[in-house]
Ligand binder design. Sequence first.
Ligand SMILES: Cc1ncc(COP(=O)(O)O)c(C=O)c1O
Length: 339
Amino acid sequence: MIECIDSGEFHVYAPPLGFEALRQAILRDLSLDSAFSVLVTDGAIEGLYHACRTFIGPGEEFLVTDPGWLWPRRFAASSGARVIELPIYDKAAGYRLRPEQLRQAITPKTRLIYLVDPSNPLGSVQTRAEIVEIAELAREAGITLIHDCTYRHFAGEHTLAATYYPEGTITTYSFSKWLGIAGLRLGALVAAPDVIARLAVAAPNNLGASVLAQRAALAGLEHKADWFPAVQDAQLANQASIKAAVDAVPGLDIAVYPSNGNFLAIDVSGASVTPERLCEYYLERNMLIRQGSYHTAQVGDRFIKVSTTVPSEWMAEFCDQLGEAVQVCRRQNAAGSLF
Ligand SMILES: Cc1ncc(COP(=O)(O)O)c(C=O)c1O
């Protein structure tokens, strides 16, 4: 990044699809070959926005998991689509989408499936067998599958749907989580060349993504093997700290442990405490955790989500206060509203 600034490279626009070296490096990172193409975007979210505006229209149906990540629902809804939620907050099903659920939800109007895997906010990951089935269902029905793989790098094992349904899967890629450059806004869509060509016709970032951010991403990918394992070890150690703290508080239960994302979802429904009040308690102590309702209207009253790519001292502070937080907040309502 310093070289990019010193040389003045940023004075010019980047190529519309992204730097060629970066496009190749993203494919290598996903272990995908040149049968796929890449559109570098201003964060994965911009790619999601563009895909939702390009591939779905009024009267068509958009299938999503609930809980999930809310923004693509809004993007599809703003395209006029009907959003259909498939509930996955089910311990017995491993908090994952069951292919059978998907089969039953598909209609002739279904145009897009949006699968966040690993799941944000639950931390579950679909098995290979499930991905094979989901890919098959999408192919049979001629539906485009958006596989949001934003948290893939934190997963124990992760299967790309693109491997089984290359012609109809759009894989999202983010540099915000594993590389930690959220503020630089860089991500990508990876798909078959004709799908990328269709997206490129009217891409909102046709003048190219940030040159500086692309240099940061390239450097990150180049050095990933040297330092990312330590990041992963540290966030797994943070997960273990939370697990120990949660196990000591009756009524709390971690949804998926270890989580396949850099966060843990903690079910608080057995502790007579609301997620909003707990979040407020921590916010008053300068700690930001998420209330479930940030992710879902259906089961938002059941869980909180805690990020684990934070310094271990922060984690210790969160864990030390958990027992008392639950005790204090029991049967209390939040005073204000949270974002
Ligand atoms: C599931 C999911 N997809 C996409 C994004 C956005 O990624 P980016 O920062 O690359 O736009 C997020 C951010 O939290 C996310 O949770």
